[in-house]
Design a protein around this ligand. Structure first.
Ligand code: HEM
Length: 404
């Protein structure tokens, strides 16, 4: 029998002021796959446990990404990007597209990223130590993803400050939270448009002078025997930016908050008793910034015990799956030495996050620099959580840091 939870599992307010952890634990026990018919739209299947989530991620024949991969996708925007942008393209076309973008994520780039991240993070943390108080989100976490993007696109050093400014303006925390006022929204849209214009210039310059970056890879790629259109190149540049931006920001801010909530874990990190790469995986599992991904069923298919019909939307709640007690022992415990740690924070299967190696480097360097330089971290004001059912994160994290 189809189970229908009593409350809307996708209510954005749940993730700002509610208690999703208790709700998910209850659903994992009673209804690992359930039908959610609350809220706007036509309802959707909601998966909160590990095994059915794996099924959905891996079975790309039964579940398409081409109708969007988030609940509140703008239909017109998805139609414009579908089969042109990596994340909303199904195999086999997806595999060819992914292949051409992979060249931007080879080990050489990942190693270079480690140096870049250190150059970016060290002064940010030193500056924070010199000040009485900082907002970790806007002063540190929000600056980091732009550095990743600049590196894989090989944006000239002279333009990097501009890109950081534009990305912060396009994706930064909204004044007053809860999505912000219309003015806020307008400024974000303008900043995002400026980023697009910048990419267009970058594309033109790479056409004149090819490099070994992702923009060049996209320009030189051929799909179905023809080069990508300008629109396709730009859409995929934007896909990388949006993929990197909020996710890494929220993982680092929520990771720092978790360290403050668990001082014994912070001490393990500072003393070197917790291996930093293992710690990164736990930060990723515990913070799960990409709350959900969505697919649409292409045919009638059984998921768990539920009969999914062709055309139904199916949503996996990564943050709940990452706390499935049949896979993770003591899942609500933040344990920097947890192994194995097979979290689904980056998804799994053909769409597994292409930026995962870079996100891991960013978090690794951040944890290393904090452990090296910071003695104590304490809250300097109220934590403001994001009101969103797509990104699980923090809008404001006022901190007082003291040096070692
Ligand atoms: C903590 C940080 C990150 C998290 C939690 C995250 C999460 C995810 C998830 C869950 C997916 C799978 C989506 C699906 O199955 O539909 C994904 C895909 C993707 N991510 Fe990430 N991501 C992160 C960082 C990044 C970075 C740094 C980049 C870019 C440099 C990036 C770019 C992408 C792209 C382009 C895809 C689509 C891949 C494909 O369709 O083959 N992400 N990410």
């Amino acid at each position: 029998m189809t189970t229908v939870p009593a409350i809307d599992v996708a209510d954005p307010e749940l993730f700002r002021s509610g208690d999703p952890l208790t709700l998910w634990a209850e659903l994992r026990r009673t209804a690992p796959v359930s039908w959610n018919e609350h809220g706007p739209g036509t309802g959707f299947w909601s998966i909160v446990s590990y095994a059915p989530a794996l099924r959905m991620y891996r079975d790309t024949a039964s579940f398409t990404s081409e109708q969007g991969m988030r609940l509140d996708s703008d239909e017109a925007a998805v139609r414009a990007a579908s089969r042109k942008m990596l994340i909303v393209t199904d195999p086999p076309r997806h595999s060819a597209m992914r292949q051409m973008m992979n060249s931007a994520f080879v080990p050489r780039v990942v190693t270079a990223m480690e140096e870049t991240m250190r150059r970016v993070i060290e002064p940010l943390v030193e500056d924070a130590l010199a000040r009485d108080e900082v907002d970790f989100v806007s002063d540190i976490a929000a600056v980091l993803p732009a550095a990743i993007i600049c590196e894989i696109m090989n944006v000239p050093q002279s333009d990097r400050d501009l890109m950081v400014k534009l990305t912060s303006a396009a994706f930064g925390a909204s004044v007053g939270g809860a999505g912000g006022c219309p003015m806020d929204q307008m400024q974000r849209t303008e900043a995002h448009a400026d980023i697009f214009l910048y990419y267009a210039e970058l594309m033109a310059s790479r056409r004149r002078e090819p490099g070994s970056d992702v923009v060049t890879a996209l320009i030189e790629a051929r799909m179905d025997g023809r080069p990508l259109s300008d629109e396709e190149v730009l859409l995929n540049c934007d896909g990388l930016l949006t993929g990197a931006n909020e996710t890494t920001r929220h993982a680092s801010a929520a990771g720092v908050l978790a360290l403050m909530d668990n001082p014994e874990q912070w001490r393990l990190l500072q003393s070197g008793e917790a291996d930093v790469s293992t710690a990164v995986e736990e930060v990723l599992r515990y913070t799960s910034p990409a709350l959900h991904v969505t697919r649409v069923a292409t045919r009638d298919v059984q998921v768990g015990e539920q009969p999914v019909r062709a055309g139904d939307r199916v949503v996996v709640w990564n943050a709940s799956v990452n706390r499935d007690e049949t896979v993770f022992r003591d899942p609500d415990r933040f344990d920097l030495r947890r192994t194995p740690n097979r979290h689904l924070t980056f998804g799994i299967g053909p769409h597994f996050c292409i930026g995962a190696p870079l996100a891991r480097v960013e978090l690794k360097v951040l944890l290393q620099v904090l452990a090296e330089k910071v003695a104590t971290m304490e809250l300097a004001g109220p934590v403001r959580r994001l009101r969103s059912n797509f990104m699980w994160g923090i809008e404001s994290l006022p901190l007082r840091l003291r040096g070692r």
